[in-house]
Design a protein around this ligand. Structure first.
Ligand SMILES: Nc1ncnc2c1ncn2[C@@H]1O[C@H](COP(=O)(O)OP(=O)(O)OP(=O)(O)O)[C@@H](O)[C@H]1O
Ligand SMILES: [Mg+2]
Length: 222
């Protein structure tokens, strides 16, 4: 029996009991190494679904399984479980302001690898590599809140990649980026896909879906 890495079994999610569910009885299976694009209008539930995949929200009904383990609030409350889970799945928020909280870009990128308990040498190597991905070296000692929107997005993506997770969950990875940077991110994602990473991206960008030859899941507003 082949088991998908990510399995949603008829999940439903509403932000409030009196509101119509944003996600209604959705089932989904994503194999390891697959690439899935979430499409749909503003407000159709893409970000909500990505939050569920990352264990930040929990469906009221249905089951989410990651590598065969049911992901729910009780399971994630155990710190060892949460740590193991978040090591395997990385999340780029739609709004990078939510993610950036360290004093410098360098510290921002070092934060995740440090949480993983890597050696200082390994942390320095990852920080160097990830700064180089987007030529962020000149910004390394700046405070993330002082950067432009597109620069913040690049730093946030570099910080996610520094963790080197098997699954990358990306919310609008190209939004707000200039053309050259978009092309860089696309090249990078193509490389990661080739390296066997599992990619799940919410996007309004047709180019991303085409470049990554992504499967498409279209969500509809409630
Ligand atoms: N924290 C929240 N509390 C209450 N309702 C919310 C919350 N976040 C989102 N919603 C509602 O849930 C629905 C889906 O929102 P979501 O952010 O998942 O959409 P989206 O597909 O990511 O949209 P976009 O393309 O604009 O990013 C919307 O109707 C939104 O108003
Ligand atoms: Mg969204």
């Amino acid at each position: 029996m082949s088991m998908a890495l990510i399995e949603l079994d008829k999940i439903s999610f509403a932000y409030a009991p009196e509101e119509p569910p944003v996600i209604r009885e959705l089932s989904l299976a994503v194999e390891a190494g697959a690439c899935l694009a979430l499409r749909g209008d503003n407000g159709s539930g893409k970000t909500t679904l990505l939050r569920i995949l990352n264990g930040l929200s929990f469906p009221q009904t249905g089951v989410y399984r990651f590598d065969g383990t049911e992901i729910n609030a009780a399971w994630l409350k155990k710190q060892a479980n949460a740590k193991r889970f978040h090591k395997r799945i990385g999340y780029l928020f739609q709004n990078p302001d939510v993610m950036l909280f360290n004093a410098s870009v360098r510290e921002e990128i070092a934060f995740g690898p440090r949480q993983l308990g890597l050696s200082e040498a390994e942390i320095a190597a990852r920080v160097g590599d990830c700064l180089a991905l987007f030529d962020l070296e000149p910004l390394a000692d700046k405070a993330p809140y002082q950067l432009s929107g597109g620069q913040k997005k690049q730093v946030a993506l570099a910080a996610v990649l520094a963790l080197n997770p098997e699954v990358l969950v990306l919310d609008e990875p190209l939004a707000g980026l200039d053309r050259r940077t978009k092309e860089r991110v696309l090249a990078l994602l193509t490389e990661l896909r080739g390296a066997g990473k599992t990619l799940i991206a919410a996007t309004h960008d047709d180019g991303l879906c085409a470049a990554l030859d992504a499967g498409i899941l279209r969500l509809n507003a409630p």
